[in-house]
Design a protein around this ligand. Structure first.
Ligand SMILES: [Zn+2]
Length: 319
């Protein structure tokens, strides 16, 4: 089988041992209380072990001594164990050790009988996630595509992502992922919004390709804009405030790979569009076809693995 070529590694993972001892009783979780009223914001990195951009943004906050002007700031590194398994010869393998740490944030998994490095870590981090009013979870993509937000369809999420304005593309989830519960839908953040449209914000920022310097730079920018949005730091106007044009698409289906024969009908990296009914991929005897006009595909699997996600199918949303 033809092996995809290895990407350039522009960001070298650094030793996170100095960040292990936080002040919350949970390893790799740091908290700064301003002593003033305000929201509790969580900036989380490394939910996936090889998504280095979050590590760069989180260490930036800690190294530069950012302290919130109001409320409480928590900075966390999630799957450090997977991160520490990084091997530049197999750079995609350290995404996770056993479980996808971004699909296990349900009581079924967290209170269930199974065990894995990811489940142990999620159980340890659970209080920090539950205590946060607003969450920014920093991620990156295997392919070098445009950065984008991912968030449940709750009006506070859309409002804040739009106000920040970068990334300029929004992937909205009307009813979750369909393949597990991500960190940003744990606890109160996973509840359907009330009539007032209020509640906590929880966003994933997919900042670009895992190993590119530009991805880490964007993650840092987005993090600072997120903190500025909640009044925690002083910063100039965000791209959203400057009127940057934004595009929104809505998740229709998460395709999970069923067989080792899964393949796309042509090479794809994400953001390709398909006409209604057009063939996108074949998985054994299943044909995966576009369910709508101008279907956008996102995060196509670089190397499809049965049981893991193959691709997201999304339709355009009116602005
Ligand atoms: Zn990720």
């Amino acid at each position: 089988m033809l092996q995809p070529s290895l990407p350039e590694i522009q960001i070298v993972p650094r030793d996170l041992a100095p960040y292990r001892r936080g002040n919350t009783g949970i390893d790799y979780v740091h908290r700064f209380d301003s002593g003033r009223p305000g929201p509790h914001v969580l900036v989380n990195a490394l939910t996936h072990g090889n998504e280095f951009c979050g590590m760069v943004a989180a260490t930036h906050l800690l190294d530069t001594g950012v302290r919130p002007l109001c409320g409480t700031l928590t900075v966390s590194f999630a799957n450090v164990e997977a991160y520490e398994s990084f091997d530049p010869a197999r750079p995609f393998d350290s995404r996770q050790l056993v479980h996808n740490m971004n699909r296990i944030w349900s009581p079924q998994w967290l209170d269930g009988p199974e065990d894995s490095p990811e489940l142990r870590r999620a159980r340890a981090m659970r209080p920090a996630v539950l205590e946060a009013d607003h969450i920014l979870d920093l991620h990156s993509t295997s392919q070098a595509v445009q950065p984008f937000w991912v968030y449940p369809r709750r009006s506070p999420n859309a409002r804040v992502a739009r106000a920040i304005g970068q990334p300029a593309i929004h992937l909205v989830m009307p009813s979750g992922l369909g393949s597990g519960v991500p960190l940003i839908q744990h606890g109160a953040h996973g509840v359907e919004e009330g009539a007032e449209g209020e509640g906590g914000v929880a966003l994933v920022a997919e900042c670009g390709q895992h190993f590119l310097r530009a991805t880490a730079e964007l993650a840092t920018e987005v993090t600072l804009d997120f903190l500025a949005h909640f009044g925690m730091i002083d910063r100039g106007p965000s791209p959203g405030a400057r009127g940057v044009v934004q595009t929104r698409v809505e998740l229709l289906r998460t395709v999970v790979v069923r067989t080792p024969e899964f393949r796309f009908v042509r090479p794809v990296v994400g953001f390709e569009t398909f006409d209604e009914g057009e063939l996108i991929a074949i998985d054994g005897d299943e044909e995966i076809r576009s369910p709508c006009p101008t279907c956008t595909i996102l995060m196509p699997a670089r190397e499809p693995i049965p049981g893991r996600e193959g691709v997201y199918l999304a339709r355009p949303l009116p602005d």
